[in-house]
Ligand binder design. Structure first.
Ligand code: SF4
Length: 328
């Protein structure tokens, strides 16, 4: 039955080598998915965002990104909402629900597998995966059956050290690691990402180096480009000084503005790193991103600029907040 599900079967009725009485009994008694699809939206670039509900009513979002070279990449959520409050992230502004179960994580992937073949997955949706490591790893270990190898699976963290240490020590599969860094100094990083007060840069980077030593695989560093906040040339130099090119490669992420929530909004309201009077961050200009990348490359630190997908349906990085494509 798992083989059928992992190959994209749409329900028990498709499992033609399973006795029909058993299929009927399962139909009655075991829901085919732990998640119900509430809304699905497709962006002009082909990206699809699905908003699901868990059986106890928590919202969960996941995204299928379609690239021109044929790659089909899933962005999966590990929690409903997020207890951390990174100021530039829409998920950090919504109320935290709970950790998702391994089945609820795998069911996000299975939903898109029913649409088409998939080959990459990143745990960069709602939530901090290292706060829910057991369920995340349990789900990640199922992904090869869907066509997503461990080498094409990436778990991202803001640097939640207890989970990260366990990930390095306990997970033997060649699953990749990404670190959401976003600032080259503790001072700025703590303002953007309060988790940095608890687990400062030095300790988190040391753990990433340990991952490299144990696995011999580079760590992706995610760096969202915020205009006038973290995108200056001297900050690029500081980043290049911080990161060993043998261990890290940098992914610069054009910032996707997020709709601010009037009630209960927690982000975009701080002092110095909030550059615009509406309380929202602005994305860096293309010129600033190119200049930043240039500084990193001159320091021999590999850097790429991420292709933004699904911006028009709030499916891009940092935009997942369980709101519909029109912001409703
Ligand atoms: S960036 Fe990640 S850890 Fe930070 S609030 Fe958003 S989902 Fe949570």
């Amino acid at each position: 039955m798992w083989q059928w599900a992992a190959a994209g079967a749409v329900g028990y009725e498709a499992m033609t080598n399973v006795p029909s009485e058993l299929r009927s009994a399962l139909e009655q008694e075991v829901p085919f998915s732990t998640l119900a699809v509430e809304v699905e939206a497709q962006a002009r670039d082909g990206t699809v965002k699905a908003l699901f509900r868990t059986q106890d009513g928590h919202p969960v979002e996941a995204v299928l990104m379609r690239y021109r070279d044929g790659r089909r990449s899933l962005c999966l959520s590990s929690q409903s909402g997020c207890p951390l409050t990174c100021s530039f992230c829409a998920t950090g502004q919504m109320r935290f629900g709970r950790n998702l179960t391994a089945s609820e994580i795998a069911d996000q992937a299975l939903h898109f597998r029913r649409v088409e073949r998939v080959d990459h997955a990143v745990f960069m949706g709602m939530g901090e995966p290292m706060l829910n490591l057991d369920a995340v790893v349990e789900a990640a270990l199922l992904l090869p059956d869907l066509g997503i190898t461990h080498r094409r699976t990436t778990i991202s963290t803001v640097g939640w050290l207890p989970g990260l240490r366990r990930f390095v020590d306990e997970v033997e599969e060649p699953i990749r690691l990404a670190l959401s860094l976003h600032a080259p100094t503790d001072e700025l990083r703590s303002e953007l990402m309060p988790v940095n007060d608890r687990y400062p840069l030095r300790a988190v980077l040391a753990e990433c180096r340990r991952y490299f030593e144990v696995r011999r695989r580079k760590v992706f560093v995610e760096y969202v480009m915020l205009r006038g906040v973290n995108d200056r040339v001297e900050q690029a130099r500081a980043l290049a000084d911080l990161l060993d090119p043998k261990v890290f490669k940098v992914n610069l992420i054009p910032y996707n503005p997020i709709p601010q929530r009037k009630e209960g909004a927690r982000g975009g309201t701080m002092g110095s790193p909030t550059p615009n009077p509406t309380g929202m961050f602005d994305g860096s200009t293309r010129k600033a991103i190119a200049a930043f990348k240039d500084v990193l490359e001159r320091a021999h630190l590999p850097a790429t600029v991420r292709l933004t997908r699904g911006r028009d349906i709030q499916a891009a990085c940092g935009q997942l907040a369980a709101v519909g494509p029109s912001g409703s």
